[in-house]
Design a protein around this ligand. Structure first.
Ligand SMILES: Nc1ncnc2c1ncn2[C@@H]1O[C@H](COP(=O)(O)OP(=O)(O)O)[C@@H](O)[C@H]1O
Ligand SMILES: [Mg+2]
Length: 287
């Protein structure tokens, strides 16, 4: 059985109809759904990609899975349990979100250590005396040097901030991470580091990840299976290798054609090193 099952999700933002036609406010006008008929299933230890251009409904799907919004219709099950719109604290804990902008989950006035220890304390996941050591353990897990524990978010690099927000998400020991464009704001070299961190989390913790991106290269690098979204619907889904090697849907073909060559668009890390070598070669040949 899949860990996460999203069935026939439909979301109509009610504010959209009012915003578009304020003069007809009293008439019931059905806005176009932001998401319609979306079904996905994610297995344990699987990295599932959701890809599509801006406005295709990816973040709306993420908000439904994490419980930030309640879908107009459709169901979300985690390990067979129905997750409703109003979730219990323990159900909320099981699905954690990683955002494009780490400031969304990091309080600027809190140190890295405070940010990671807070959810551990709130959910009483460790005895008081062990919370700090657990937070340090999580810093190590995401590749943050414990010497950074007193740093504030603004004192960290973009990659370090994203590591800290991933550590905070992991602090509550979730079943699944929903990462919405987690590397889109980062430099390419840092993107690779964060993508490899997500891979390691899957390998070492068996973490399941819904990975959302508009960037096909990133998705093909990281994900086992993908769903391609367009205008709120899934137009194609399957094994990532299959979908990207032999796209069936015209839109996927179009998306693939528009992908600029990506430095680390490769099935393994070795390619990243090759690219770096290439970069160096180019740099030296110019002199
Ligand atoms: N809070 C909202 N209210 C009204 N419409 C929204 C809201 N959020 C998103 N939308 C609309 O829903 C559609 C899907 O948006 P979104 O899920 O953010 O797409 P993506 O993440 O793929 O860019 C877009 O047409 C967007 O304008
Ligand atoms: Mg989005």
């Amino acid at each position: 059985m899949s860990l996460l099952a999203v069935e026939n999700l439909r979301v109509v933002y009610s504010s959209a109809s009012r915003a578009v036609t304020p003069w007809r406010r009293n008439r019931r006008i059905e806005a176009a759904p932001a998401v319609d008929g979306v079904s996905i299933s994610v297995g344990r230890g699987e990295i599932f990609g959701v890809v599509g251009e801006s406005g295709s409904g990816k973040s709306t799907v993420a908000r439904c899975i994490t419980g930030f919004i309640t879908p107009t219709s459709g169901q979300i099950r985690l390990d067979g349990t129905l997750l409703g719109g109003r979730r219990s604290v323990s159900d909320r804990r099981r699905v954690q979100m990683v955002f494009q902008d780490p400031y969304s989950s990091l309080n600027p006035s809190m140190s890295v250590l405070q940010a990671i220890r807070e959810p551990i304390a709130v959910h009483r996941l460790r005895p008081r005396g062990e919370i700090d050591s657990r937070a340090i353990e999580l810093m190590r897990l995401v590749g943050l040097d414990p010497s950074l524990r007193h740093a504030r978010p603004r004192q960290l690099s973009g990659g370090q901030r994203q590591r800290a927000s991933i550590a905070r998400a992991l602090a509550v020991e979730p079943d699944i991470l929903v990462a919405d464009e987690p590397v889109s704001a980062l430099d390419v070299s840092v993107q690779a580091v964060i993508l490899n961190l997500l891979r390691d989390l899957r390998a070492n913790l068996g973490m399941s990840i819904v990975f959302i991106s508009h960037d096909l290269a990133v998705v093909s690098y990281l994900c086992d299976r993908v769903a391609v979204m367009r205008e709120g619907r899934i137009v194609e889904t399957g094994d990532a290798d299959e979908v990207f090697a032999n796209p069936i849907d015209a839109y996927t073909v179009e998306l693939l054609a528009s992908v600029p060559p990506h430095p680390w668009d490769a099935p393994n890390v070795g390619q990243i090193n090759r690219f770096q070598l290439q970069e160096n070669t180019n740099a030296s040949s110019r002199h």
